[in-house]
Design a protein around this ligand. Structure first.
Ligand code: NAI
Ligand code: ENO
Length: 367
């Protein structure tokens, strides 16, 4: 039975895990540490953890499970020191890193046999960092991948699943190599593409200063993840080198294929290209959160006067509906403006439609 947990790294993911564990079982005692003391203090203030440790390795002899939720290079450094620490025999150590191969291999090679390592990766998150972005429901409906090390039994894996029950995630087991290839294609490589599109636009801005002002809508959507933590993504790319090198090759040859269609004005091939992409994408599961989560957007036609944003957000606050994003779309010059509101879940968006309809006559629509 898990009673005491230690969380190292109290940012977006460590904080969200702490909140979900606490919400599900307040009797579990959570001790936390972060090299950034303000993050740790804030984690305690918002009730994510019970106590802050002032050092990385305080007395941990009564800790049942240790979560390492730091950037992946830091995770390796922390694992490398665990053998020197007095820990409970059979303690389970798990992590949340976006890569698994290097971490699990390192843990298997270096940890003594009284420490059981189970790799973990919640496949949801955000481009935001830090404890203030943490949410107890961040992983609801998302996949949470577990990659057991050689020493871990199904009982150890089950213990981690039990501890993380409050995340309401869908747990799935795979090998570290499967994990790294899959996340390479659906998460890591798309981050590289997003950043490269931003570079391309920035270069064009020298010649066409309007680029920045016109880069709204689709461009913002496809490049949102380029706003993620640079240090975190640097480490992820360095950890997942081989699968990513393979993906670069495949991507470049795919770009060359499409480039040729354009050069040769192959209308039919271009139609087939987009049509195939559309039908595959349209078939992706919608309700499940993926590594790159969907945000549920709602558009509201509002009159263009000062205070209208606080009016609408005030209605949502009255009904305790949380927003993840808010933006005014300024491309129209008529009397009405459009407010784009982002929600974490489809249910929140549905509640917002009802709420705005109840308090105002503003028209809401979904695209
Ligand atoms: N951001 C995301 O959407 C997701 C991130 N991940 C993984 O989760 C891990 C953490 O990412 P985030 O929570 O997003 O980052 P974050 O930047 O919000 O939090 C990381 C925290 O770790 C602390 N930290 C760094 N080095 C430390 C050390 N040596 N000892 C103690 N604390 C240390 C930082 O001060 C920071 O508070 C990364 O490995 C990342 O790959 C996994 C899923 C989603
Ligand atoms: O912001 C986004 O959409 C992300 O891509 C979140 C994310 C970041 C890292 C992960 O390992 C998993 C999910």
């Amino acid at each position: 039975m898990v009673k005491k947990i230690y969380i190292i790294g109290l940012g977006l993911i460590g904080g969200s895990i702490a909140l979900s564990i606490k919400q599900n079982d307040p009797t579990i005692d959570i001790l936390g540490f972060d090299i950034n003391h303000d993050q740790a203090a804030m984690a305690k203030k918002i009730g994510a953890i019970d106590d802050v440790s002032q050092t990385l390795f305080p007395n941990l002899e009564n800790i049942d499970v240790i979560f390492i939720s730091t950037p992946v290079e830091q995770t390796l450094k922390i694992i490398s020191q665990l053998n020197e620490v007095r820990l409970k025999k059979g303690v389970i150590v798990t992590d949340v890193g976006s890569t698994k191969g290097k971490i699990v291999e390192y843990a298997e090679k270096h940890l003594n046999h009284s420490i059981v390592f189970v790799g973990g990766h919640p496949m949801a998150g955000s481009h935001k960092s830090g404890i203030l972005a943490a949410k107890s429901h961040l992983f609801e409906n998302a996949f949470y991948i577990l990659t057991a090390s050689k020493l871990a039994t199904s009982e150890h894996v089950h213990t981690i699943i039990q501890v993380l029950k409050g995340t309401k995630a869908n747990f799935i087991e795979m090998t570290p190599s499967e994990h790294d290839q899959i996340t390479g294609v659906i998460s890591h490589f798309p981050h590289i593409v997003a950043a490269s599109l931003v570079f391309q636009a920035e270069k064009y801005e020298e010649q066409f200063p309007l680029v920045k002002r016109l880069a709204a809508g689709g461009f913002r959507d496809i490049t949102r993840i380029a706003s993620s933590s640079p240090a975190m993504w640097r480490d992820i790319l360095l950890h997942n080198k081989q699968p990513l090198l393979q993906l670069f090759e495949e991507w470049i040859s795919e770009m060359n294929r499409v480039k040729q269609f354009v050069a040769d004005e192959e209308a039919e091939e271009l139609f087939t290209y987009f049509n195939h992409a559309k039908s595959y994408r349209d078939g992706l599961p919608e309700k499940q959160k993926g590594a790159i989560p969907a945000f549920y957007d709602l558009f509201v036609d509002v009159p263009d006067y000062p205070g209208v944003i606080s009016e609408v957000t005030g209605y949502l606050a009255m009904e305790e509906i949380s927003l993840t994003n808010i933006r005014i779309i300024e491309t129209r010059e008529e009397i009405y403006g459009v407010l784009r509101l982002g929600f974490q879940t489809e249910q929140d968006r549905e509640n917002a439609i009802q709420c705005i309809g109840k308090y105002s006559n503003y028209e809401t629509f979904i695209i």
